[in-house]
Write a protein that binds this ligand. Structure first.
Ligand SMILES: Cc1cc2nc3c(=O)[nH]c(=O)nc-3n(C[C@H](O)[C@H](O)[C@H](O)COP(=O)(O)O)c2cc1C
Length: 419
């Protein structure tokens, strides 16, 4: 049992109830009562204020305060849109997947409340193309909610109309980036837009649009039901609440865990996930927030899992995906694998990312195959410098994380392999 207990789950709630995805079971457990309360007794502004007060931060990667983002949406412009980012393509991340497959009605309830709060009558769930089961399931669940009068015209007889559509992506990682997602939804090539303007002001079809992650919106029903003060009893002052974290790699018990924000990486790996798979093979490094994040080593094990503490340790909480790697892993192979992913997923719009990711893979490959050159470490770092902060969107920077981490922590291993 973990030493740091979670009093109750928020987003991975009702895991123990087998058929919670069935609307009859969900409503038996109080489901949709919060949406009813929100739409019939609260003003949109009161919901925005409560979410602001809760300190909920976006779970898609950047940790931007959700209520603040909602507050940017101009009230007087119509139509407005709510986009649910269900692209979940960051390697190592699989928590949205569980919410969609197991507890879809809590997500749909969150969408209804959030759409009402920002004044959007249309919501699109942009779901990763590979999630065929999840996409079909969501369509069925939206139909169930519609049959009960929770989706469609005049929901809960509140005068508010909400349509929710499921849109399947075509498997491009970049379409998780919010502006590329909007381009794709508009039927164009999924490539990022220049910001500003931000989507809150000019998003889908140039109209005010809020893009939020699946997990972010799944928090909303409980925040509105139990209040911001209750929500703040979880987590820390600047990272309130819980986080569904996916852990994989060389741990005994990989899977999704909902943790109170603020527990340390050590507690998470050893108390929650059961420690290293083989206790005789020590921990070598951790990719702590999805493939985009900079790596941590055993000396960082006491870093608390919060946005600020992870940033202070030189990395990020990211999408909540911890990949644990033991001493059996080759650093060169790991970095090559990560950069192959970014090369494959680079959308090609800007040269530093398109050419840079290609070049990084070429150099990692030759080191891995035993043809490394004496100046290859310097070359990798130099290519990284030419990419970092110079690409159109953060994908290019993400490819550099593996390079800089590998060189910073494992220079000797790479040099030995080149020799
Ligand atoms: C390359 C790239 C890929 C991304 N992929 C995802 C994704 O799969 N899911 C997601 O929710 N956010 C993803 N994001 C972050 C989104 O752009 C955006 O910040 C997020 O959906 C906002 O929702 P939130 O405020 O609820 O976190 C990605 C960002 C980048 C730069």
């Amino acid at each position: 049992m973990p030493k740091t207990q979670l009093q109750e789950h928020i987003v991975l709630r009702n895991r123990e109830i087998a058929n919670i995805a069935d609307i009859a079971v969900y409503t038996q457990h109080g489901g949709y009562e919060t949406a009813r309360k929100a739409l019939t007794t609260m003003s949109a502004q009161a919901i925005v204020d409560e979410v602001k007060k809760s300190g909920l931060r976006g779970r898609g990667g950047a940790g931007f305060p959700t209520g603040v983002k909602w507050g940017f949406v101009p009230r007087e412009i119509f139509p407005k849109y709510l986009i649910v980012n269900a692209d979940e393509s960051e390697p190592g991340t699989f928590n949205n997947h569980e919410i969609i497959d197991h507890n879809p009605h809590q997500l749909i309830e969150g969408i209804i409340i959030s759409a009402f709060a920002i004044g959007a009558n249309t919501a699109y769930i942009y779901i990763r193309g590979e999630f065929a089961y999840g996409a079909r399931l969501l369509e069925q669940k939206i139909a169930e909610a519609r049959a009960k009068g929770f989706v469609g015209k005049n929901v809960f007889e509140s005068g508010f109309d909400i349509e929710i559509y499921v849109h399947r992506g075509a498997g491009a990682y970049i379409c998780g980036e919010e502006t590329a997602l909007l381009e794709s939804l508009e039927g164009k090539i999924g490539q990022p837009r220049l910001k500003p303007p931000f989507p809150a002001v000019a998003g889908l079809y140039a109209k005010p649009t809020v893009v939020n992650n699946v997990e972010t919106l799944t928090n909303v029903p409980r925040i509105i039901e139990k209040g911001a003060d209750w929500y703040r009893t979880f987590g820390t002052e600047r990272s309130p609440g819980t986080k569904a974290v996916s852990i994989s790699g060389h741990v005994k018990n990989p899977g999704n865990y909902e943790i109170p924000l603020g527990i340390t990486m050590r507690e998470f790996i050893y108390d929650w996930a059961g420690g290293m798979r083989d206790p005789n093979v020590p921990l070598k490094f951790i990719i702590p927030g999805g493939a985009s994040s900079s790596w941590l080593t055993p000396e960082h094990l006491d870093t608390p899992l919060t946005w600020d503490d992870m940033a202070a340790a030189g990395t990020m909480l990211g999408s909540g995906a911890v990949v644990v790697l033991d001493e059996s892993v080759s650093v060169v192979k790991a970095a090559l694998r990560v950069d192959e992913f970014f090369k494959h997923e680079s959308c090609g719009k800007c040269a530093p990312c398109r050419e840079g990711t290609h070049f990084l893979v070429k150099v990692w490959e030759r080191i891995d195959e035993g043809h490394g050159r004496p100046d290859d470490i310097e070359l990798l770092s130099d290519v990284g410098r030419q990419m970092l902060g110079k690409c159109f969107c953060p994908l290019g920077d993400s490819a550099v994380s593996a390079v800089n981490s590998a060189v910073k922590f494992f220079r000797d291993e790479i040099a030995a392999q080149i020799k």
